[in-house]
Write a protein that binds this ligand. Structure first.
Ligand SMILES: Nc1ncnc2c1ncn2[C@@H]1O[C@H](COP(=O)(O)OP(=O)(O)OP(=O)(O)O)[C@@H](O)[C@H]1O
Ligand SMILES: Nc1ncnc2c1ncn2[C@@H]1O[C@H](COP(=O)(O)OP(=O)(O)OP(=O)(O)O)[C@@H](O)[C@H]1O
Ligand SMILES: [Mg+2]
Ligand SMILES: [Mg+2]
Lengths: 259, 259
């Protein structure tokens, strides 16, 4: 299993932040990671200090059918296929495509990097997704093999899980039989706050088979890091959230090895 | 100006929370408010203690063309037209509708409440929106007269503003010439945190003509309230966020009167 998507239709739950920082933590452990930003907001790019226009983004790569020349390399072992706001237009344009649900899957399958297929050059491919269950998200669900659900420790985020799981089951049945729920990460956890604790307990009960033990704490440094174009691990290495992301990387690797 | 939408494609920035609590604050000042939940996540409903199935939601109201029988009244002067997850399907179904961009606008225009047109019975109509710029959001932008932009005091939220303003300008030109940016509300403001202050200063500079002076502080009580199905004003009346929402209501009314 190499291709993972960070998905949750509830907005602002930490999808981009976990995708960036888990990718960065794994790159520090000498794994080669490609982070694909498939959200028109292009936050994964700006969180790594990269902003591009339409011609240099995944939007153009989809039009051309290949993505090698669009891939950037902002940190050692960490590569990015950036997005742009023009991806919003893709939503409507995709409707007329013949295999409209498989556009991203085919892009990944048909592309190379330094003369190797993407899945051979990279150890893992991560995909950041927008907060919706639209055609862009369907494309992500058919392109990936494993799903990681970021879950903010708040009430509305917990409430949205049943819709998310239902949608994933639907895609697995109709478009991507290999799709698997790989993990659920509790984030923005504040141990002083009763609600955080209650949400965490509830999630552990319902998802005990996929929940990661590592909790990502709420920390101001995490929300400051993107304005410097850096993962929090580079911006504030001794911060408790940075340590948590490194621990999450170890837990992720253990789970991969034990499959 | 009576119909306001709470819009921001960035996820988790406080759209639902501000829509619910501003509506509740105005209802305490004896204004009759209809809150329309046009987000498939249906958070505005659950934040008021209401969850309904497809047949009792706005999804069904759109099919029938009228909404009176679907309107609930959870608090004095505060009415809700609830959503359901089936609204996700509307996104695809709307594509074949003849006036697909005006479905919500026509529903509001053609509906009555206690024998009066909606705009005559209610003092204000608020619309909560999903975190996207899809056809559902286009419907909201053509149905409303004024836009209120909730802005979380974080970097990614600030970054998304230019895309939002561009989209609003596009809709004003093509589908809704009366559309106006009415206000911008800074929320989840944490005075101990440098980033909050920087984002607030930057937003005040670029949007000084529409920004509300009232800042909504970050407060755990706000995120606890939805699990009790209540606005924070009812759940924790003496909380600093509750006071801020009441102040925001006064500022909102002043701005309406001085137009
Ligand atoms: N552990 C954390 N501690 C503090 N702030 C955090 C943490 N994780 C994320 N944030 C902040 O919370 C906000 C939301 O996170 P993020 O943008 O990653 O969520 P998202 O799910 O990708 O949002 P969207 O739905 O818009 O794509 C951001 O401003 C981010 O900096
Ligand atoms: N002032 C505040 N203080 C603390 N928490 C808040 C505050 N405002 C909102 N929240 C919490 O932050 C989270 C995001 O808020 P909310 O769901 O209202 O945002 P949204 O923009 O409607 O999200 P979406 O994009 O998913 O529709 C919720 O869990 C909410 O309870
Ligand atoms: Mg994101
Ligand atoms: Mg919302």
């Amino acid at each position: 299993m190499k291709i993972f998507a960070f998905i949750n239709q509830k907005g602002g739950v930490g999808k981009t932040t976990i995708a960036i920082n888990l990718a960065r933590a794994l790159s520090l452990r000498d794994y080669k990671i490609l982070l694909i930003d498939f959200d028109p907001q292009a936050n994964a790019g700006s969180g790594l200090g990269i902003k591009v226009g339409k011609e240099e983004s995944i939007y153009q790569a989809i039009i051309e059918g290949y993505c090698e020349k669009f891939i950037k390399n902002p940190f050692p072992n960490l590569y990015l296929l950036p997005s742009s706001i023009d991806l919003v237009g893709l939503e409507v344009e995709l409707v007329e495509y013949p295999n409209r649900e498989y556009v991203l899957k085919n892009l990944i399958k048909n592309s190379f990097y330094q003369d190797k297929p993407l899945k051979d050059f990279f150890d893992f491919i991560f995909i950041d997704s927008p907060p919706s269950l639209s055609l862009i998200t369907v494309n992500i669900l058919t392109a990936c093999e494993g799903i990681i659900i970021p879950l903010q420790c708040e009430y509305y985020a917990l409430e949205g899980l049943s819709l998310l799981v239902k949608t994933i089951r639907g895609i697995k049945k109709s478009l991507n039989p290999d799709l698997m729920l790989f993990g659920l990460v509790l984030t923005m956890y504040d141990k002083r706050n009763k609600l955080s604790h209650e949400v965490a307990e509830e999630a552990k009960e319902h998802f005990k088979w996929i929940i990661f033990n590592t909790l990502i704490p709420r920390s101001v440094r995490v929300s400051e890091a993107p304005s410097f174009g850096k993962p929090v691990i580079d911006y504030s290495p001794n911060n408790k959230a940075s340590e948590a992301f490194l621990k999450l990387a170890d837990e992720f690797l253990e789970r991969i090895k034990s499959r």
